[in-house]
Design a protein around this ligand. Structure first.
Ligand code: ATR
Length: 291
């Protein structure tokens, strides 16, 4: 990497961010695409979100990613917000405009591209969504927006599932989203669903856990997509495969949300072969990290 007077800076704000893989993805992209651009992590204190956004703009930072816990907190300090991100109520990417940043949510489109790259369809599917937190929220909007036939949100706190379902239905003018308690899966029709695991259960270091462990649940899944990518094969994925389903982790979602952000910042399309190469590098980094 060669830094000179014309190097453009992009970065990530969040807290904590010490284990982020985003610098690896973006700096690899900059190197591969021959861009004079560097991507750096910015840990930001909870009471400094406004200063961070305005300070980044003042310092000519070209683009920012925003991660937990600031995806909603940054929104009041933006020049404008993409309509889909506004509906979700969360942004993860800031693109520089003339007087401030415009906020986008590339998590959602990232998940969509990751699923498509694995041949997974949302259109016309009956979806089971595990979880009703921040991550599940974007997934619920994605599934309803992309034409899932039904989206059943299953959550430990049933009220949160029902509230999220009502919000998505109202915003997107549909009635396809239903909130349920976790154990209510037993009442589901005897058929196979597309399941998306959006809770934090099973995340490293508690890798032996899954939000539901009964085989009768996994017998109802044809494809299981876990948003978690550490460990590489989660317990949810193992159960899904044991019951004959196909299972995927969240690494490609992480990759594609970054690729889309990079494309927005640089007004380009990243060629598919570069994405393949990045996938290999990311997998290597995850393996090293788990050791
Ligand atoms: P994130 O931003 O990663 O989505 P979050 O907003 O805190 O994080 O949401 C965490 C999700 O994991 C929620 O759906 C949560 O269920 P509750 O709404 O009932 O809290 C779910 N979750 C976390 N720990 C859980 C556990 N031990 N069992 C079941 N669900 C759990």
């Amino acid at each position: 990497m060669y830094i000179n007077g014309e190097t453009r800076v992009c970065g990530l704000m969040g807290n904590p961010i010490a284990h982020t893989l985003s610098p690896l993805i973006h700096n690899t992209l900059a190197e591969r695409m021959g861009h004079n651009l560097v991507y750096v992590p910015y840990p930001v204190a909870e009471d400094k979100v406004k200063e961070a956004v305005q300070g980044a703009f003042a310092l000519d930072v070209q683009g920012m990613n925003v991660t937990v816990p600031y995806k909603s907190a940054v929104m009041p300090y933006l020049e404008s917000i993409d309509s889909l991100a506004a509906k979700i109520g969360a942004v993860n990417t800031l693109v520089r405009g003339s007087t401030g940043y415009k906020g986008y949510n590339t998590d959602m489109e990232g998940l969509y591209r990751a699923m498509r790259s694995e041949g997974i369809q949302i259109e016309g599917e009956d979806v089971l969504l595990l979880g009703a937190g921040g991550a599940a929220r974007a997934v619920a909007f994605l599934c309803a927006e992309k034409g899932a036939k039904t989206v059943r949100i299953l959550n430990r706190s049933v009220e949160k599932a029902k509230q999220l379902a009502a919000e998505v239905n109202q915003t997107l003018e549909t009635d396809s989203v239903i909130g349920m308690a976790l154990e209510e899966y037993q009442k589901l029709p005897q058929k196979r669903f597309l399941a998306i695991q959006s809770t934090s259960v099973g995340l490293h270091p508690h890798t032996e856990r899954a939000v539901i462990s009964e085989k009768s649940f996994y017998d109802r899944i044809h494809t299981g997509f876990d948003l978690i990518y550490k460990p590489e094969r989660t317990q949810f994925m193992a159960y899904t495969e044991d019951s004959g389903g196909r299972a995927y982790n969240g690494l490609k979602m992480l990759l594609y949300q970054a690729v889309i952000a990079y494309e927005l910042w640089n007004n380009i399309t990243i060629p598919e072969e570069e994405i393949q190469l990045l996938t290999i590098r990311l997998k290597e980094a995850c393996v090293t990290d788990e050791k």
